[in-house]
Design a protein around this ligand. Structure first.
Ligand code: HEC
Length: 126
């Protein structure tokens, strides 16, 4: 009788151990949402599809203007606004910047998934 209890105890400890290990593995995967990481990688490409990439015109440091405005704090905007900024750049022109500068090609060159990833990344810029 005592032996059975001991074996049961050891078995449940083993199960707990395995569970704890696999939990740990999940946590050590690239931090956070994989879509955000993919979006950041897209954002940092110097060429995106047939046009220059986002980083060639946008800094994520506050107040640093390259060709376009700094995107520091842009994550406070709605997902709708961010999506439209990529797909229809001239729909809403940022004050003080010229229209027609941001490439109009992203809607053709990027997949729906890539646009989602970029938007998720931009949402982290707060
Ligand atoms: C050739 C330069 C250029 C590239 C490349 C570019 N942008 Fe822009 N972007 C601009 C300019 C200029 C503006 C401001 C005028 C306007 O609103 O169109 C702007 C505006 C924006 C805005 C609105 C900012 C605000 O404060 O309202 C967002 C968001 C944005 N860009 C995101 C992106 C993303 C994401 C990419 C890459 C997929 C990208 N841009 C690539 C030049 C660029």
């Amino acid at each position: 009788m005592k032996k059975t209890i001991l074996i049961m105890l050891l078995l449940s400890l083993a199960v707990l151990f395995v569970a704890a290990c696999s939990g740990g593995n999940e946590q050590s995967a690239p931090s956070g949402d994989p879509d955000v990481a993919a979006g950041k990688a897209l954002f940092e490409k110097t060429v995106l599809g047939t046009s220059p990439g986002c980083v060639t015109c946008h800094s994520t440091e506050p107040g640093k203007t390259i060709v376009g405005p700094s995107l520091a704090g842009i994550g406070n905007q709605s997902e709708e606004f961010l999506r439209q900024s990529i797909l229809e750049p001239d729909a809403d022109i940022t004050e003080g910047f010229p229209a027609g500068t941001m490439p109009q090609t992203y809607k053709d060159d990027l997949t729906e998934e890539q646009v989602d990833q970029l938007v998720k990344y931009l949402k982290t810029l707060k």
